[in-house]
Design a protein. Structure first.
Length: 323
């Protein structure tokens, strides 16, 4: 064997085992958010795992995830995750994203399900996020409140007062209360009283307040509380005979109408962002992704129970009609 070939072969023997071991070492990321314990019962959780698998990442094998539940206090939990020095951290929703942005300027952050990341100071722009944070939004800012009102007024002709269920602790809800909701009320000429709940036990009072204010219908804004207390929210709407519109498809089975993006699809796409960052892409080079499609799902069975007739024009526009 020639000297050069011998040296090359020897180097390969020495390096290959080390490289193999390095490749086998799991990558570690953080997650600030909340999941249902069983992914088979949580479409978004299942979609998140599916999106990771599509890119070759298997939790518990080549990917380790340190989870923190926001219920434990966001600033402390964000600092806790940062102290673990993961390669990136996922922020589920606006408040976790804000807490993580304040906790680190170096560890990459990927937010998921944030309505207006510019308005709450997460990114400089959608196309050029800047800094160490990027992610996936749930909506195109501006106009969602008006669209919800428009849909409800088609279903409830003559509605002049539509309540909004908000969580005052949600940064996006506070933004909507300060700007979009008052502007929409003025432009459309409809009263939009707000009822508040930041804890599960406050939901009953919130719906009772909407009824006491003679609301003709209610808009349920997207939030951790309403998502994880979905069955209770839908039951309260039925109990008080309040036509309600929701943001996510999970409410369609027993809710009147849903208008919004497909949340599991957003979580599946998050796998692509994680993959790119773990392979070296900087968050500042990844534009914030916005949903390109908003689904309209109408439950005719619930409409009949509420004594409502769904206009044929709305049935034609709907992406899905539940009989």
């Amino acid at each position: 064997m020639k000297r050069r070939e011998f040296i090359g072969a020897t180097a390969a023997v020495l390096v290959s085992p080390r490289r193999s071991l390095a490749q086998a070492k799991p990558r570690r990321i953080g997650f600030l958010g909340r999941w249902a314990d069983d992914p088979t019962r949580d479409p978004s959780h299942a979609a998140w795992l599916s999106g990771l698998r599509e890119k070759g990442w298997i939790e518990g094998k080549n990917l380790l995830v340190d989870y923190r539940d926001p219920a434990g206090g966001l600033p402390a939990l964000a600092a806790d995750l940062v102290a673990l020095t993961p390669e990136l951290i996922i922020a589920s929703g606006p408040n976790p994203a804000i807490a993580l942005k304040a906790a680190t300027t170096t560890i990459p952050i990927v937010f998921v399900a944030v309505y207006d990341p510019i308005a709450i100071g997460l990114v400089q722009s959608l196309s050029h996020p800047g800094g160490n944070i990027t992610g996936l939004a749930t909506s195109v800012p501006g106009g969602m409140t008006g669209k919800n009102v428009e849909i409800l007024r088609e279903l409830v002709p003559g509605a002049t007062k539509i309540a909004l269920l908000v969580n005052p602790e949600n940064a996006i809800h506070r933004l909507l209360l300060a700007e979009e909701i008052p502007r929409t009320a003025g432009n459309i000429g409809v009263a939009l009283p707000t009822v508040e709940a930041s804890k599960a036990e406050e939901l009953d009072v919130a719906f009772a307040s909407a009824v006491a204010q003679h609301a003709d219908a209610i808009i349920v804004l997207g939030d951790y509380l309403t998502v994880f207390e979905g069955p209770r929210v839908v039951a309260l709407a039925a109990k008080h005979n309040l036509p309600a519109i929701y943001l996510f498809r999970q409410f369609a089975k027993d809710g009147l109408v849903v208008y919004g993006p497909e949340l599991p699809a957003i979580w599946r796409r998050a796998g692509s962002y994680i993959d790119k960052i773990l392979k070296g892409t900087k968050p500042s080079d990844l534009p914030v992704e916005q949903p390109t499609k908003f689904e309209l799902v109408i439950n005719v069975k619930i409409a009949k129970a509420l004594g409502l007739t769904v206009p044929p024009s709305m049935l034609v526009r709907a992406d899905e009609v539940i009989e």
